[in-house]
Write a protein that binds this ligand. Structure first.
Ligand code: ADP
Ligand code: MG
Ligand code: ZN
Length: 482
């Protein structure tokens, strides 16, 4: 079978960087923050001033252990921080503290949705490290450095080169993103860069050894990861088919132009001069701590999705969307528990509530409350109002702390199910549309929908749709007997 890339097989491995949700930085007491005035959360340690000693943040380790356990990794009882040296303005120490040959965790993985079903993607390792600062370019022609982010704890999750399509890479990223948020390790804020990845991409003809890879740096959107990898695969295939060779490169991705650009050529290994950090002891994680973290893990998104399907009868797509964010999952579950109509609640949240829902990292602001959603759904299910009226009611409800039942009364929203009234409306409609009535009688029964639609419109959306349909049908039949 030839896929989107002819007889070339894509090979993709991701390196994901997820900031850990700690109050303070990885090796000093400075607050982790976003958006504060530049260089207001810095100290001798994170500025790399001589003599300042690093002290490892225990909470960062706890969150990293949770992440490793939620992905089925083996957490090692001892691991080691090393200095990774490179020169860049956002790295004041001249080296980054990271774990190199002895990472916190190895193994594990997760399943992705692939064309041919579900596939297991192996994780190589999860290690802890610190984030760099940020270079701010162009302020009055100057380049400045903000070191508030320098020293923020991260985990890097490295996958084996097991991914085979851009869509799989996206799915993998989305799943990691959700897990990080559900376990409270990461705030999931892509815009602020708390969760980002480097994508390693190569192609080969099937059966051949791995090709030369290109690394696409710092991608912070699900769509970009898919687009960037797809573009890179096509670029490599074009080159190979022209007989050119792929060079080992690091490239950036320009989302506006939808193309990658060269950052640096990377022939041969980078020389980071790694060595163990002499000012930090070996990181010791005993079995008791691991067991404690394992016991504290919440229900993970994958399990929640399966449960939502089983318990509420949700379709796969709905279950997936409703478990992509912890607050959304809570909202759905609360509303469903209150009214007992899980599928209807799921539909209502997706068609109405989502339009006005704003998520910022782990926070979510909903336009209405779960109990309001439950009550609207209940009004529809009990036949008190029509589906059309539910939309009307919802529009009035947004931002107000009122009971939907009371508001429906105030607005005079009530399903019109009075047979005599609807019958005379149906008869009048049939009389007013002789051409369509004739079409119906000559066998074009699909025209029934036209009449029901007209009746719904004439009733201002309040007619009971089932009764309306019955009565229109009867009116059309009656006329033919005359
Ligand atoms: P480095 O030390 O240069 O970062 P790694 O061996 O740690 O290299 O690999 C980094 C990432 O690149 C991993 O996610 C791995 O799966 C991926 N990778 C390695 N070889 C290839 C390849 N030929 N094609 C695509 N991805 C690859
Ligand atoms: Mg790497
Ligand atoms: Zn500091």
């Amino acid at each position: 079978m030839s896929g989107a890339y002819g007889d070339w097989e894509p090979v993709i491995g991701l390196e994901v960087h997820a900031q850990l949700r700690t109050r303070t930085k990885a090796f000093c007491g400075c607050a982790t923050s976003f958006g504060d005035p530049p260089n207001t959360h810095v100290c001798p340690a994170c500025l790399g001033l001589p003599g300042a000693l690093p002290v490892l943040n225990r909470q960062a380790v706890a969150l990293a252990i949770s992440a490793a356990l939620s992905l089925g990794c083996k957490v090692h009882n001892t691991s080691v921080f090393s200095r990774k040296h490179y020169f860049y303005p956002d790295l004041p120490k001249g080296y980054q503290l990271t774990q190199f040959d002895r990472p916190l965790a190895t193994g594990g993985g997760l399943e992705v949705e692939a064309l041919e079903g579900r596939r297991w993607i192996r994780l190589t390792r999860i290690h802890m490290e610190e984030d760099a600062g940020k270079n701010l370019h162009g302020l009055g022609g100057l380049s400045l450095v903000d070191l508030n982010r320098a020293g923020t704890p991260l985990i890097e999750l490295v996958s084996e080169p097991d991914l085979r399509t851009p869509a799989e890479a996206r799915d993998y990223l989305e799943k990691l993103h959700a897990i990080g948020m559900f376990i409270g390790a990461n705030d999931g804020n892509l815009e602020q860069g708390s969760f980002r990845c480097d994508a390693n991409v190569s192609v080969r003809r099937s059966g051949e050894p791995l090709g030369v890879r290109v690394e696409l740096k710092n991608i912070n959107s699900f769509r970009f990861v898919e687009d960037a990898i797809d573009g890179e695969l096509r670029r490599q295939i074009r080159m190979l088919e022209r007989g050119e060779t792929i060079r080992r490169q690091t490239r950036g991705y320009n989302a506006e132009k939808r193309e990658s650009y060269l950052l640096r050529d990377k022939e041969g290994e980078d020389e980071y001069r790694y060595f163990p950090e002499p000012d930090l002891p070996v990181l010791a994680v005993d079995e008791a701590w691991i067991a404690e973290r394992a016991a504290a893990l919440p229900e993970l998104p994958e399990a929640k999705r399966a449960r939502f399907r089983l318990q509420f009868g949700l379709a796969e797509g709905a279950a997936r969307v409703l478990t992509s964010h912890p607050r959304v999952a809570e909202f759905f579950e609360e509303a469903s528990a209150l009214c007992g109509h899980g599928v209807k609640v799921a539909n209502f949240i997706q068609t109405e509530v989502f339009r006005g829902t704003v998520t910022t990292g782990l926070d979510a602001v909903f336009p209405v409350s779960p109990s309001q959603v439950a009550e609207v759904v209940e009004l529809v299910e009990s036949g008190a109002i029509s589906g059309k009226q539910a939309k009307q009611l919802y529009a009035e409800l947004v931002g107000r702390e009122v009971s939907p039942r009371m508001l429906a009364q105030t607005l005079g929203l009530k399903m019109l199910a009075d047979e005599a009234t609807l019958d005379s409306m149906a008869t009048a409609l049939v009389a007013a549309n002789p051409k369509q009535a004739e079409q119906y009688r000559s066998g074009k029964t699909g025209i029934l929908g036209f009449f029901v639609g007209q009746l719904m419109k004439a009733s201002g959306g309040s007619a009971d749709p089932k009764l309306a349909s019955e009565l229109v049908e009867r009116a059309l039949a009656t006329k033919s007997g005359v």
